[in-house]
Design a protein around this ligand. Structure first.
Ligand code: FAD
Length: 467
């Protein structure tokens, strides 16, 4: 029986990054993945394919602005969805190949099969052909991720009533896509098909979309997406999703008790994701699973079995690839006797619609609830030269700073390239910058990043220069 210092179960961004860091730190490392491709949800059916589809559909949508830029297109511009999906697949395949390359480069043993505990140190790997290989692990990191969740009364048939996984592989552009859930995944995929010509309706239980983010971002994103043609039914509780042939009917009740009926040809169920631990036999290793289905961990991401750790979507916290990666590194370094740390407050959240939405730190709602006195400074992209030059004028940057100390407590932005711009806010907050600090830093002109400096100026004595 082969034996390892550390075995990682699951090859998503949490698992494969943990494996690389363990190997870098000199541990004999193995990774088990049940699918034939590495990279997990993020790479195969999540972050990467969704961004490939967003990029392709964005190119198509841009054509409608060509005339404004003096570009004349003669003849019909058409979408070839099959080709678009094939390109997405090529991007995924190439990136998954890259993860395999990294495993080989770092001399990490890769097992293909389902990993299940036989004890706290013995793992059985069941391969596709049914054969079982047993290995020994001094330490194990569980990184088995998550799967789409649903509502008890919805039967996902993966044809017309679908999850994000199927939405990335459709054979046709829906005529009317009804999306249940106005969170990140639903909105990103909704915008893909909206741009490709679908009618898109979003039904959301809460009173606003992206409910976990700052209300100001939610309001602006709603406004922009409405302008783009998306329809919203917030404060609507879905009661039934039924399919009859090619027609899907969604019934939802609003706060007044009125029931609306939406008929579409596809319904995308994007009501969140649930931790995935099936087939793991966690109990055989003494690993406790909480009532919410998450693996219970302490501050060191250690489970109830002292030599077994868990990271990523399968444990508490935001279900984000970069959070999983950070946790993977932390556990590897902890196993190596180092003293790593994660500041969960500084894990940024991003929505890759266009305009992009990004945030880090506390929202206004959270600060109010905690009774923290804060100042707020905002700057609209429409007042920025670079944004005007490119025609991307929707959105703003908002900086929240402590009323007394001026320390930046939260940065919330919606606009062009915010997914990348948020890194400046994370850096600033990691170094406990004040709004004044940011306002005194030179930002290249003309750039979108100038909106951050201007928002910082606005937060400190309302002295933004260009409004
Ligand atoms: P996963 O990536 O889920 O990987 C777990 C792996 O473990 C899987 O490959 C699974 O097959 C394997 N596995 C499970 N059980 C076993 C077993 N018993 N034996 C062997 N293998 C097993 N996050 C972002 O940060 N940015 C984004 O833009 C983003 N976009 C997304 C878009 C979509 C459509 C979706 C669905 C998700 C998106 N996410 C995004 C979320 C992101 O994909 C997850 O947070 C991330 O993949 C979690 O990583 P993980 O390593 O915990 O688990």
């Amino acid at each position: 029986m082969s034996s390892f210092d550390v075995v990682i179960i699951g090859s998503g961004p949490g698992g494969y990054v943990a494996a690389i860091r363990c190997a870098q730190l000199g541990m004999k490392t193995a990774i088990i993945e049940k699918y034939s491709t590495l990279g997990g949800t993020c790479l195969n059916v999540g972050c990467i394919p969704s961004k490939a589809m967003l990029a392709s559909s964005h190119h198509f949508e841009e054509i409608s602005h060509f005339a404004d830029h003096g570009i004349e297109v003669s003849g019909e511009v058409k979408v070839n969805l099959e080709k678009m999906v094939a390109r997405k697949k090529a991007v995924v395949d190439q990136t998954a190949g890259g993860v395999k390359y990294l495993m080989d480069k770092n001399k990490i043993t890769v097992f293909e099969g389902v990993g299940a505990f036989e004890s706290a140190t013995a793992i059985a790997i069941t391969k596709k052909d049914g054969s079982v290989e047993k290995i020994e692990a001094k330490n194990t990191i569980i990184a088995t991720g998550s799967k789409p969740s649903s509502l008890p009364f919805i039967k996902i048939d993966k044809e017309r009533i679908i999850t994000s996984t199927e939405a990335l592989e459709l054979k046709e552009v829906p005529k009317h896509l009804v999306i249940i859930g106005g969170g990140v995944i639903g909105l990103e995929l909704g915008q893909v098909y909206l741009r490709l010509g679908a009618q898109v309706s979003v039904v959301e239980f809460m009173d606003r979309i992206i409910p976990g983010m700052d209300a100001g971002l939610s309001k602006e994103l709603t406004k922009v997406l409405k302008k783009q043609g998306m329809k919203f039914y917030t404060s609507h509780k879905v009661q039934a999703v039924d399919r009859n042939g090619d027609v899907v009917t969604v019934k939802a009740e609003n706060a007044k008790g009125e029931v609306i009926t939406l008929e579409g040809d596809y319904a995308l169920i994007s009501v969140g994701r649930r931790p995935y631990t099936e087939g793991l036999n966690a109990d055989k290793a003494g690993v406790k699973i909480t009532e919410r289905g998450q693996i219970e961990v302490n501050d060191h991401l250690q489970t109830t079995a002292s030599n077994i750790y868990a990271i990523g979507d399968v444990v508490r916290g935001a279900m984000l690839a970069h959070k999983a990666e950070e946790e993977g590194v932390v556990v590897a370094e902890y196993l190596a006797g180092q003293k790593p740390h994660i500041d969960y407050n500084l894990i940024p959240g991003v929505v890759y619609t266009w305009p992009e939405v990004a945030a880090v730190g506390k929202t206004e709602e959270q600060l109010k609830e905690a009774g923290v006195a804060y100042k707020s400074g905002s700057f609209p992209f429409k007042a920025l030269g670079r944004a005007r030059a490119g025609g991307d004028t929707d959105g703003f940057v908002k900086i929240l700073a402590d009323a007394k100390t001026d320390e930046v407590l939260g940065v919330h932005m919606i606009g062009p390239r915010c997914a990348d711009l948020i890194a400046e806010a994370v850096t600033a907050m990691e170094f406990k910058a004040s709004a004044e600090d940011i306002s005194r830093m030179s930002h290249a002109h003309p750039t979108f990043a100038e909106a951050i400096k201007e928002a910082a100026l606005a937060a400190t004595d309302n002295r933004a220069l260009h409004v």
